[in-house]
Ligand binder design. Structure first.
Ligand SMILES: [Zn+2]
Length: 96
């Protein structure tokens, strides 16, 4: 009984793309204003991304590009969940 070995949650560092155990990574979330927040307790809501806790990888986040891409990737990946469909057809106003 007990939990089998080898089932450790693994996340990918968005900076160097290394796969590590979640506990070995630092988590960041993007708030409503598009600001990056260090989620120290890993308990914040919202989409999170992970980086190594090394200076290099966290520095890589500060310039913002990589992380924004990572978030974009996340949002394209999770298709079909809760998002409003943009299937609106309009423009038949008949004005001339
Ligand atoms: Zn890394």
């Amino acid at each position: 009984m007990g939990k089998g070995k080898g089932h450790v949650p693994v996340r990918t560092c968005v900076s160097c793309m290394a796969k590590r155990r979640k506990q070995d990574l630092a988590r960041f979330v993007l708030n409503a204003e598009g600001r990056l927040i260090f989620d120290e307790a890993s308990s914040m809501k919202g989409r999170g991304v992970y980086t190594c806790k090394t200076g290099n990888c966290m520095d890589g986040l500060k310039n913002g590009r990589k992380i924004l891409r990572a978030f974009q990737r996340l949002s394209t990946k999770g298709s079909g969940r809760g998002s409003a469909e943009q299937g609106r057809i309009g423009g038949f106003n008949g004005k001339s």
